[in-house]
Design a protein around this ligand. Structure first.
Ligand SMILES: N[C@@H](CCC(=O)N[C@@H](CS)C(=O)NCC(=O)O)C(=O)O
Length: 260
């Protein structure tokens, strides 16, 4: 039996869920970012991050490690290309999705989260810096796409890693257009037609209704966890004063796998 310490809205959990669906694997999902699940999550992952996969008592943390574990255990259908160059490309796109796209989108979006109703506004220049850097990454994806197919030929982990971030752009008012990014738009439409993606989108949509409209949010509403890559992008773009003020105010916390 597979148990996924999951969260409907986490891009990393979404990537793993789509891979599980793609491989036709049944799993039990625990919404582990709900405050009342925090201790159970910390038991399987001291960093208290989702996703975590538990397979008959064996625990795997980190979305990329989980994907590689699933591929080794259930090799077909394959989600990681076999040909060495495509394999290296897919790994690189997964890393760009996980460390750069995630960081930028996270850092510019916290004022829009339904969980944290922040009274302040983004520091001057943050949204503009985010837009500029996102545009560069989107253009790189556009240039690597063809008029047919996916990022690395067949549907692969590169697409499942990128999709949750690309799907987060529209709600943020960050759009890519037919005139500048026609291939990315075509890819986005084709992704939305894939069964594992449709299942994930349905799950995100119905969870948003269930967690934020029909009931009170089960999640933390004050503090924000600032993981390494998300801090790195802020520092690289010169927002250290803002981050230190957040740390001093106790609104920013940093995960650590070593407990004190
Ligand atoms: N490198 C990790 C990153 C996972 C991650 O950052 N998860 C976030 C959600 S998107 C998390 O669980 N944060 C803890 C929290 O928000 O309390 C992975 O690939 O799984």
């Amino acid at each position: 039996m597979l148990t996924l310490f999951d969260n409907p809205f986490s891009p990393f959990a979404r990537k793993v869920r789509m891979v599980l669906h793609f491989k036709g694997l049944e799993f039990e999902s625990v919404d582990a970012l709900a405050v009342n699940e925090h201790d159970r999550l910390a038991e399987v992952n001291p960093r208290a991050e989702v996703p975590v996969l538990v397979d008959r008592g064996f625990t795997v943390t980190d979305s990329t490690d989980i994907v590689y574990y699933l591929e080794d255990r259930h090799p077909t259908p394959a989600v990681i290309p076999v040909e060495p160059e495509l394999r290296a490309k897919a790994r690189r796109w997964q890393r760009i999705a996980d460390t750069l796209l995630d960081a930028i989108i996270h850092d510019v979006s916290i004022w829009t989260w339904p969980t944290h109703k922040r009274p302040d506004t983004p520091p001057d220049g943050l949204l503009q810096a985010g837009r500029e850097d996102l545009l560069q990454v989107l253009t790189e994806i556009e240039d690597s796409l063809d008029t047919v197919g996916f990022v690395c030929g067949d549907l692969s982990i590169a697409d499942f890693a990128l999709f949750p971030h690309i799907s987060a752009l529209k709600p943020l008012g960050l759009l890519f257009e037919e005139a500048t990014h026609p291939r990315l738009l075509r890819w986005n439409r084709e992704m939305r037609a894939q069964a594992p993606v449709r299942r994930d989108l349905d799950y995100v949509k119905h969870s948003a209704l269930e967690k934020f409209v029909l009931a009170e949010s089960p999640y933390e509403g004050e503090k924000i966890v600032w993981r390494g890559d998300r801090i790195e992008w802020l520092l690289a773009r010169g927002f250290h004063d803002w981050l230190f003020a957040e740390l001093e105010a106790g609104r920013a916390v940093v995960p650590c796998a070593v407990s004190r």
